[in-house]
Design a protein around this ligand. Structure first.
Ligand code: DX5
Ligand code: ZN
Length: 224
C-alpha cells in the first residue's frame, strides 16, 4: 500500500479497556485495516498508557496491521519487546532520548523486517525529520501535544509543516506515508488531507460513537 491510499486508523487509547478484545474486533468489523496503539511512558509524555504486553494481547485478537506509536524515551532499549509482541510498524519520536540514536533505532526496526516511522511533536519543525526521511515508511505529524486523547486539532501550528513534508517528499521522489494523530474528526480530517495526510488516526471519533462502522464510513467519506 502506498501513500495514495487513505486509511482511517482507530486509536486503541479511546476504546473501552474493560473489553479490549471485543473492541479490537469491533474496529476490525467496522472496516479498519490498521490499528493505532499509543505507548506512553509517563516521562516523554505526561501520561502512562500500556506497553508490549498490550500489543501482544491485541496481536492475538486480530490480523489488522498494528501501528505502534512509541511516546517513550529509550525506544531502542525497549524495541525488541515491541517487535516480539507483534508490531507491524513502529514510530519513534525525534525529540526523545536514545541509548544509541534515532538512525540506529530505525535501522534495527527495518532489519527486523518491520516498517518504521518518525513522529514530530506539534512544535518540532519538519527539518528535524530531514536526516531520516529516506529511511522511513511513515512520517507522523502530531496534530495535538502527545499524551492524551480528546484534545483539539492544532491546525495553525501543524498544517504548514504537513504540507512542507508532502512537498519535500514529492519533490525528492520519496514515498513515506503522512499520518496525522490527534483531534481528527469529519471536520478536521479534510483539512489534513488537503495538506497531504493519507493516514488518519482517530480515537474519540472512531471508538466514541456506538455505531463505529458508520463513524468510520463518514470519516473515510470526508477524506475520499
Ligand atoms: C495522543 C495520541 C492519539 C490519541 C488521539 O497522544 O497519540 O493517538 O489517541 O485521540 P483523539 O482522536 O481522541 O484526539
Ligand atoms: Zn498516537
Amino acid at each position: 500500500m502506498d501513500y495514495h491510499s487513505r486509511l482511517i486508523l482507530p486509536s486503541l487509547l479511546a476504546s473501552d479497556w474493560s473489553k479490549v478484545g471485543e473492541e479490537v474486533r469491533r474496529a476490525e468489523s467496522a472496516g479498519a485495516r490498521w490499528l493505532h496503539l499509543d505507548v506512553m511512558d509517563g516521562n516523554f509524555v505526561d501520561n502512562i498508557s500500556f506497553g508490549p504486553q498490550m500489543v501482544q494481547v491485541v496481536r492475538k485478537q486480530t490480523q489488522m496491521f498494528l501501528d505502534v506509536h512509541l511516546m517513550i524515551h529509550r525506544a531502542d532499549h525497549y524495541l525488541e519487546r515491541f517487535l516480539k509482541a507483534g508490531a507491524d510498524n513502529i514510530t519513534i519520536h525525534v525529540e526523545a532520548d536514545y541509548d544509541s540514536s534515532v538512525a540506529e533505532t530505525l535501522k534495527r526496526i527495518r532489519a527486523a523486517g518491520k516498517q518504521c516511522g518518525i513522529a514530530l511533536h506539534p512544535h518540532t519543525p519538519f527539518e528535524a525529520a530531514l536526516p531520516y526521511v529516506k529511511d522511513i515508511d511513515l512520517l507522523l505529524v502530531m496534530t495535538v501535544v502527545p499524551g492524551f486523547g480528546g484534545q483539539p486539532f492544532m491546525e495553525k501550528e501543524t498544517m504548514p509543516k504537513l504540507a512542507a513534508a508532502r512537498d519535500y517528499r514529492d519533490a525528492n521522489g520519496l514515498s513515506y506515508h503522512l499520518e496525522v494523530d490527534g483531534g481528527i474528526y469529519t471536520s478536521t480530517a479534510p483539512i489534513a488531507q488537503r495538506n497531504g495526510a493519507n493516514l488518519f488516526v482517530c480515537g474519540t471519533s472512531s471508538f466514541g460513537p456506538p455505531d463505529m462502522k458508520g463513524a468510520m464510513a463518514e470519516l473515510a467519506a470526508a477524506v475520499a
